[in-house]
Design a protein around this ligand. Structure first.
Ligand SMILES: Nc1nc2c(c(=O)[nH]1)N[C@H]1C(S)=C(S)[C@@H](COP(=O)(O)O)O[C@H]1N2
Ligand SMILES: [Mo]
Length: 511
């Protein structure tokens, strides 16, 4: 007896149904439990291994960080489906011992995924800490791959017409049975595709694409940035949504007593509120990946002291639930202004800014301010975090900078009336002492008015009333001096590898 569908066709159909089932299970686990599927983990596995040039090269190919993230997740999911097709077709075509082959191939597929992704398995977007997170991720992969294998076996069985015993002719002929089986598998496949699509749509709504890369700018910059307007940078396709009961914060490594605290423990400790400006290492001269907020939290030093740090400690290695890591020197971790923050501008940290807890590390780039943090490991030798492995740094201290925010190059300015120029100046953790403005391409300088002085840890806002008088093209330039007397670096340096320097220049036409 022969099935109406040839073996490769049966394999393809089985691979489609089983692959969609696997994708659906993974999508549901992502949505409900925050378990990242292999395609997502693969991105995190590869990203740190790229050089900055390769990383930016991929931005160019895929249209920025968002485009790269989308291509990565779609490519990884398609790749998984492709491997599934290969397995199912191989099993369908090999007539001897197909089940044994199926078990072997599925187990190999699973083992390869676990081996490649091993360092990333403790990532969990629902807030589980590294130990349970790893167990849940592995369990989800084992269940998903096993069900994939089972689904291939079932579909192939349904599609393969077996010879009917001559003494008991069934009402349905084997050929017809295969056709019905094919139709059945098709219906199941369409159902699974719809389920995957529906869950996929829910995941897209959760995604970071709408806000990753949010910047501040324009004439309306306020001393304190509203939470909704605060600049945002994330490595994630979907940011963590942490259930506090699953989460805790721990200090381990070179300490006398590794210690964990739950959110209730931490909130019961004395809190302080500190104004601090955060600034991304990718913030180009004059760009808006920089914002200021009032952060409420506990000095990290108090928590480290409770765990009994070893004198041999050189750095802290920080880990967040999304698998993001970074390091900075122990001296900075013990600085009383380095906070484990729970509050932002008087409310709980918003989800996208790190709920329930993030670091605030004044004077160092935003990279170091881990959102959704769960672990601080004291280490006795230099280690590297997510972006450090790409080659960023080694100096992560924010240089003194200033920006003209109210105008962009190409603007037209009236000759006979006053134009109010406004902007920001930021001295890292050194405070801003002075801002000067030039309206003639850095030939002559005048002091701008400091309209908001800020603190040593925050930006200042400045303003200058400009009455041009003469028509034509001119260049506006701003420069700042910090409270330690450090003047803004005029050498132009790009954001790679340790942040941009140079003066912000805006070309305008006076009409
Ligand atoms: N867990 C985690 N923390 C993170 C990141 C991340 O991707 N994951 N991005 C970092 C980067 S590059 C920056 S600039 C800041 C941005 O913080 P914000 O989005 O609250 O402004 O968060 C940092 N902390
Ligand atoms: Mo950043």
């Amino acid at each position: 007896m022969r099935s109406s569908l040839a073996a490769p066709g049966r394999g393809l159909l089985a691979g489609l149904v089983a692959g969609l089932l696997l994708t659906t299970i993974q999508a549901l686990a992502r949505l409900w439990l925050g378990v990242p599927p292999p395609a997502e983990l693969l991105g995190d596995r590869i990203a740190p291994l790229l050089s900055i040039d390769q990383f930016f090269g991929l931005f160019g190919v895929f249209g920025g960080y968002n485009g790269l993230k989308q291509a990565g997740i779609l490519g990884g999911t398609a790749g998984q489906l492709a491997v599934g097709f290969v397995i199912a077709i191989a099993v369908a075509v090999v007539s001897r011992r197909p089940l044994r082959l199926l078990v072997i191939l599925t187990a190999l597929f699973l083992a390869a995924a676990l081996a490649v992704l091993w360092p990333n398995l403790s990532t969990n977007y629902g807030g589980w800490t590294p130990g349970p997170a790893r167990a849940i991720t592995i369990a989800t992969m084992v269940v998903g791959f096993a069900l994939f294998g089972a689904a291939v076996a079932v579909v192939l069985r349904v599609l393969t017409a077996r010879p009917a015993a001559p003494t008991s002719p069934g009402p349905v002929s084997p050929g017809r049975r295969a056709v019905l089986g094919g139709v059945g598998a098709g219906v199941v496949g369409v159902g699974l595709a719809a389920a995957t699509g529906g869950i996929g749509a829910a995941l897209v709504r959760e995604s970071t694409f709408s806000y990753d890369g949010l910047r501040v700018g324009g004439p309306g910059i306020t001393p304190i940035t509203a939470n909704e307007a605060f600049y945002t940078v994330t490595k994630n396709v979907i940011d963590p949504r942490i259930t506090p009961s699953r989460w805790n914060f721990g200090i381990d490594g070179a300490v006398a007593t590794p210690t964990t605290w739950n959110l209730g423990d931490l909130r019961a400790m004395p809190q302080l509120t500190q104004e601090t400006t955060l600034s991304c290492i990718s913030n180009g001269v004059g760009d808006g990946l920089e914002s200021n907020a009032m952060w409420t939290g506990i000095p990290l030093a108090d928590l480290i002291a409770a765990a009994g740090p070893s004198d041999a400690t050189v750095e802290v290695l920080l880990t967040a639930v999304d698998g993001y890591t970074d390091t900075f020197p122990i001296d900075k971790a013990l600085d009383p202004t380095t906070l484990l923050a729970f509050g932002m501008n008087g409310v709980d940290l918003p989800r996208r800014h790190g709920f329930p807890a993030r670091l605030v590390v004044p004077g160092m780039y935003g990279e170091k301010c881990l959102k959704w943090i769960t672990r601080v490991e004291l280490v006795t030798e230099e280690r590297k975090g997510f972006y450090e492995t790409q080659g960023w740094g080694p100096n992560f201290e924010i240089p003194t900078r200033s920006r003209i925010a109210s105008l962009t190059s190409g603007a037209q300015v009236p000759r006979t009336s006053t134009t109010v120029l406004t902007g920001t100046a930021h001295g890292g953790n050194r405070g801003v002492a002075r801002v000067e403005i030039s309206v003639d391409g850095a030939r002559t300088w005048t002091d701008a008015r400091i309209t908001y002085p800020g603190t040593r840890l925050s930006w200042a806002l400045w303003s200058h009333d400009w009455r041009p008088n003469t028509a034509g093209v001119t260049q506006l330039v701003v420069r700042a001096t910090d409270q330690d007397g450090g003047r803004q670096i005029i050498d132009e340096r790009g954001v790679v590898p340790q942040g941009a320097t140079g003066l912000h220049k805006v070309d305008v036409t006076v009409i």
